[in-house]
Design a protein around this ligand. Structure first.
Ligand SMILES: [Fe+2]
Length: 247
């Protein structure tokens, strides 16, 4: 499916509309990231990828994803044509719905996208929606965001939490640092960058994260490393405390 502008992008997934090129793009990205991520990816993500049933040969069908996720955590995907406004995004999350696009980048755009496509949203984000601590953390952030939706300072801080965990988070598993952030999982250059000598890997500190700005237009220079998905969930109380301290 190729669209000249976001306005033309689909509001529902019509599976038969995927073209031969879409299938080629999915397969190429899937196989390339399987190789790139092999020794670097969180075991929890790998297990979830199998559980959710993604393969190189088939572009995921949102209805099938829902059937797999619902019994595990109650989560599903809901299609949006492009990035959702904040309030809508958090409202969907609070209902256990992750907003995802269903269009795929073209062959010419394999390594650069101005906004997330289905490979990022679905390959990157969907598998960990099978993890209870991860989704409870997700839901918790949305609950806090909706409570403070008109306070731009809070929304900015929650954006940083989201960025340094859900998008660009690393985790220590059996003494080794692994990837769980969707922004890394769906990008070959981020996969290489996060494990190189160039950026900093910092022990997870939610207060520091809430006060750390980030850039979206460069490879990341700082990554925060959690000890477990449970640790993410356990920080929700601290997030609320930091927000109360702002008042
Ligand atoms: Fe994302």
């Amino acid at each position: 499916m190729k669209f000249k502008s976001p306005v033309q992008r689909p509001l529902t997934q019509v599976y038969q509309n995927y073209t031969e090129e879409d299938f080629k793009v999915w397969k190429l990205l899937f196989n390339r990231q399987q190789v790139n991520l092999k020794a670097k990816i969180s075991q929890e993500y790998l297990g979830a990828l199998k559980e959710i049933g993604f393969t190189a040969d088939k572009i995921p069908d949102f209805k099938e994803i829902e059937k797999r996720l619902k019994p595990l955590t109650g989560w599903s995907l809901t299609v949006v044509p492009c990035i959702s406004p904040q309030k809508e995004f958090f409202a969907f999350l609070s209902q256990k719905k992750f907003t995802a696009s269903c269009w795929l980048r073209s062959m010419e755009q394999l390594d650069y996208l101005e906004e997330p496509d289905m490979f990022h949203d679905v390959f990157g984000h969907a598998p960990l929606l099978a993890n209870k601590y991860y989704t409870s953390f997700f839901e918790g952030i949305s609950r806090i965001a909706l409570k403070h939706i008109n306070d731009q300072r809070v929304i900015e801080m929650l954006g940083r939490v989201y960025w340094f965990t859900i998008e660009f988070g690393l985790i220590r598993e059996q003494g080794q640092v692994k990837i769980y952030g969707a922004g890394i999982i769906s990008s070959s250059s981020e996969t290489e960058n996060c494990m190189s000598e160039k950026p900093e890997q910092i022990d997870f500190d939610i207060r520091e994260i809430m006060h750390t700005s980030f850039r979206t237009d460069i490879l990341q220079q700082k990554y925060f490393v959690i000890q477990s998905y449970e640790q993410l969930y356990r920080t929700l109380g601290v997030i609320e405390t930091v927000i109360e301290e702002l008042a």
